[in-house]
Write a protein that binds this ligand. Structure first.
Ligand SMILES: *Cc1c(COP(=O)(O)O)cnc(C)c1O
Length: 386
């Protein structure tokens, strides 16, 4: 293959051409500040209003329930810090899960240092939070539950409807990080029953540095940035007009014909999985076999390290990522796989293929054709292989 193959769409996605085209005028002639009332400001305000409506409809929300942010990380921060600060008279207990994205985990750690207590719920072997565990963890002091919709490493989908219903019954706020599921699964906030929901543009072929937070009517949030009256005074700062326009376009494009696209993506992913399993032994799937994002395939190759596989695939033009994060020369297994009970040596041999609508069968077939040789070579050198 002379073209690079990009199988790392859970990390980020290429901006769709139509998205780029939609943004372009707002970098050129339509440079107005949406807060200006004059002839340059008004088109920007109108465009943002339209974009807000597009994002709101994908979440089944009213336009005024959508706050634009700088991305998923900021949305998670505002949701968690903002909600617990606004409700701290009620209690100081937060519930999350062990497999959250660092945007949620690091925020919870920060709150722990600032007088809050956090319960990190376990997951089952597929990476799912069990409703009974949530039921048992809620106390009088619980102010917020934050559990992700779909996991970025394994693609496993949490039973958000059931989990949110439990929180609602106990009158506890429920936030979900829906960055990976937005545009792919049903993220209608009413259907899911959530109070707060985070989304991001660059995971759905939109631009980087823009996202949104859904805040259900009546839910109190303490703002974290102070300044002008932007975004219902919840997020001060001049709006990223081109980014917001691009985000709305991406959201509009990703939702068109979604069921068929998901089916095609699932078939492509399964073709990759089957092709690899037929040619290579000692391969394990990390994540739920079916309750999983259509494009995500996290596999462990026994006896070797994910980093080595990733680097070898990279040399042959295939971009994937590892489940494990390489920290200062020591290979620490992924916190997600560890929480799922995956043995350390198997967790270290994991790589994540994340496909999107732009990937093709010939790319998948090329990957299947080069991987067996890579694995064979690495296993031959492995001290772990007997
Ligand atoms: C990418 C990602 C984020 C962070 O979003 P940014 O827009 O990159 O800040 C948060 N949560 C999940 C699950 C993600 O995959």
């Amino acid at each position: 293959m002379d073209k690079l193959i990009y199988f790392d769409n859970n990390a980020t996605t290429p901006v769709a051409l139509k998205v780029f085209k939609a943004m372009e005028p707002f970098y050129k002639d339509e440079y107005g500040n949406a807060s200006s009332i004059h002839a340059k400001g008004r088109p920007a305000r109108l465009a943002i209003d339209k974009a807000r409506h597009a994002i709101a409809s994908l979440i089944g929300a009213s336009d005024e329930d959508i706050i634009f942010t700088s991305g998923g990380t900021e949305s998670d921060n505002i949701a968690i810090k903002g909600a617990v600060l606004a409700n701290s008279s009620k209690g100081n207990h937060i519930i999350t899960s062990k497999t959250e994205h660092s945007a949620v985990l690091a925020t919870c750690k920060f709150m722990e240092k600032n007088g809050f207590t956090v319960t990190y719920l376990p997951v089952n072997k597929y990476g799912m939070v069990l409703p009974d565990d949530l039921k048992n963890a809620i106390t009088e002091k619980t102010v917020l539950v934050t559990i992700m919709h779909a996991n970025n490493e394994t693609g496993t989908i949490n039973p958000i409807k059931e989990l949110a219903a439990i929180a609602k019954e106990k009158k506890v706020l429920f936030h979900t990080d829906a960055v990976q599921s937005f545009g792919k699964l049903d993220t209608d906030a009413g259907n899911l029953g959530v109070d707060l929901l985070s989304v991001s543009a660059h995971k759905i072929h939109g631009p980087k540095g823009v996202g949104a937070l859904y805040v259900k009517k009546g839910v109190k949030i303490t703002p974290l940035t102070h300044g002008g009256h932007h975004e219902r005074k919840l997020r001060a700062g001049t709006e990223n007009v081109p980014g917001i326009i691009g985000f709305a376009k991406a959201a509009e494009l990703i939702s068109v014909d979604r069921e068929n696209k998901n089916q095609a993506l699932t078939n492509l992913r399964n073709r990759l999985h089957n092709g690899i399993s037929e040619k290579i032994n000692n391969v394990y799937l990390n994540g739920h076999p079916t309750q999983r994002l259509p494009g995500t395939l996290n596999l462990s190759f026994r006896y070797i390290e994910g980093e080595s596989i990733m680097l070898n695939l990279d040399m042959q033009g295939v971009c994937v990522s590892t489940g494990s994060a390489c920290t200062s020369g020591t290979l620490e297994p992924s916190h997600v796989l560890t929480a799922m009970g995956v043995a350390v040596d198997i967790a270290q041999g994991s790589i994540r293929f994340s496909l999107s609508d732009i990937n093709t069968q010939s790319e998948v077939d090329y990957c299947i054709s080069i991987l067996p040789e890579i694995i064979k070579r690495l296993r031959a050198m492995s001290p772990l292989k007997k």
